[in-house]
Write a protein that binds this ligand. Structure first.
Ligand code: NAD
Length: 483
């Protein structure tokens, strides 16, 4: 597509290593005034054109994702669907959410007109993980771009081609300088981006790396969004539709081979239905196909060192008395891990306190929903959660008691597919939000402006005010708000 204001094109985008960060940030900074200048309408047109191109070449993106992660075609397709929907939403809503709006000026300042608007920060650095290499970065990238920022993306070292594909298709869809630049490389390159005096960093990855990112950003007082790891849990109440709950639990735990930040790792099921629920989960998980086969449900574990972490969690749980419902250490045929279901796992074992990030589901029984709520909230993480119950209003009440950034009632991970909903966690899962209006505002600076409409009858903000002005105002306040 063609945007109204032609601007010089910068073609040197294939960069790598910490040494490339400075030039990428400088080029992004040079392009930013033009991008901000085309306004919400111009950016919507550009981002819509990008979305159309992505969908036209969806099969190609699926191939690039699969080449770098090995995930199944359907898992890769899910990413493309979510990319398109989130991109559409950010482009369509940025103007409404961020544009200038009037707010009431109040009785005291009645003579003023008051407005608030959300201006772009400048250049936003986005550091991404490998598990959803297209979907995860598109959250902050689409919001930052829609708000008028330019972006430097540092994709995971395991998935540089996906990041580059995204930047290249945007450059193809939009005439003008590149507004999304990619620097490839390992953690060192990410650290260099944190220190490059960008205007904000959006980091998604493990909580341990998040701490390092924050420390590096502190040097320049660069604000940061941390989307860290998770240990998501499901509560199954006695009146729940157990078939639906088991089906959802198996998908949430095993899709993408369990390598999902909001993947399900723990279930707390009320005792009276626990045996039936476990049978349903075990049967469904046992039917899944794992490995290098075209009909596979579970692809490989992408990060080789993760295999050892998954195995250590399973071993520890079993050594401490967990009951093996499905699989076990024999489920490992690197780089693949077939579904593993464990029951009655001690709450202080690493399989319940740390992120496993593999196809392992722990199902523990509880005496009542209150106990389940306590167990869910005992985790240091607080990303997503789900509740299954026959009573939706009870589901909402339980959701309100959970220490989690996002909760689905009678569904799993549904919040991630709703672009209007903010996405993010609490505790070790991080802070700040991507997606939705909060996600758009995250990449802006708020500006409040007042404009005097007429001279006030009383002028408190002047040394030349009439004697008794302040006493009159205090009397007025007492009369209005003092009882
Ligand atoms: P990771 O922390 O190893 O790496 C994430 C990114 O940070 C990579 O691009 C990496 O190169 C970069 N990095 C590493 N060291 C750095 C440093 N010192 N400074 C700056 N950048 C640095 O995570 P990963 O293995 O790529 O991803 C898996 C993790 O991501 C899991 O913990 C998962 O739960 C989490 N995750 C969270 C979300 C979320 O939205 N909360 C989404 C997806 C994944």
């Amino acid at each position: 597509m063609t945007t109204e204001t032609p601007a010089p094109r910068h073609e040197t985008d294939v960069t790598s290593g910490p040494g490339a960060v400075g030039a990428a940030v400088a080029a992004a900074r040079e392009a930013q005034p033009w991008w901000a200048g085309i306004g919400f309408a111009g950016r919507k047109k550009a981002l819509d054109a990008w979305r159309v191109l992505i969908l036209r070449r969806a099969d190609e993106l699926v191939d690039v994702i699969r080449a770098e992660t090995g995930k199944t075609a359907d898992d890769a397709r899910l990413e493309v669907i979510l990319v398109a929907d989130h991109l559409r939403w950010a482009a369509a809503h940025a103007g409404k959410v961020l544009g200038r709006r009037r707010v009431p000026s109040g009785l005291l300042m009645f003579n003023q007109s008051a407005t608030v608007e959300y201006r772009p920060l400048g250049v936003v650095g986005v550091i991404g993980p490998w598990n959803y290499p297209a979907f995860i970065p598109i959250g902050p990238v689409s919001a930052a771009l829609a708000a008028g920022n330019t972006v430097v993306l540092k994709p995971s070292e395991l998935t540089p081609a996906v990041g580059q594909w995204l930047a290249d298709t945007l450059a193809e869809a939009v005439d003008g300088p590149r507004v999304l630049r990619v620097v490839t490389g390992s953690g060192e390159t990410g650290a260099a981006l944190c220190r490059a005096a960008v205007d904000k960093i959006s980091f998604t990855g493990s909580s341990a790396t998040g701490r390092r990112v924050m420390a590096a950003c502190a040097e320049n007082l660069t604000p940061v969004v941390i989307e860290g790891g998770g240990k998501d849990a499901m509560i199954v109440a006695a009146d729940a539709d157990l078939d639906a709950a088991a089906d959802a639990a198996v998908w949430a735990a095993m899709s993408n081979a369990g390598q999902t930040c909001v993947g399900l790792e723990r279930v707390y099921v009320v005792s009276e239905v626990a045996d039936r629920f476990l049978r349903l989960v075990g049967d469904r998980a046992a039917a899944l196909r794992t490995g290098d086969r075209p009909d596979a449900d579970l692809g490989p574990i992408v990060l080789p060192r993760q295999l050892e972490i998954i195995k250590a969690h399973v071993r520890d749980a079993v050594a401490r008395g967990a009951r093996v419902v499905l699989g076990g250490t024999e489920s490992f045929t690197p780089p693949y891990v077939a579904p593993i279901v464990l029951a009655d796992v001690p709450e202080d074992s690493v399989a319940l306190t740390e992120e496993t990030f593999g196809p392992v589901l722990v199902v523990n029984r509880v005496t009542c929903v209150d106990e389940a709520v306590d167990q869910v909230n005992a985790s240091a993480y607080g990303l997503g959660a789900s509740v299954y119950t026959g009573d939706r209003s009870q589901g909402r009440r339980i959701a309100g008691r959970l220490r989690a950034g996002m909760v689905s009632v009678n569904a799993v991970i549904a919040f991630a597919g709703i672009p209007a909903l903010p996405f993010g966690g609490v505790g070790d899962s991080g802070f700040g939000r991507v997606h939705g209006p909060d996600g758009l505002r995250e990449f802006t600076r708020t500006q409040a402006v007042t404009s005097q409409r007429f001279r006030p009858l009383m002028q408190p903000n002047s040394f030349g005010r009439a004697p008794g002005t302040m006493q009159t105002l205090v009397r007025m306040m007492r009369a209005l708000y003092g009882r």
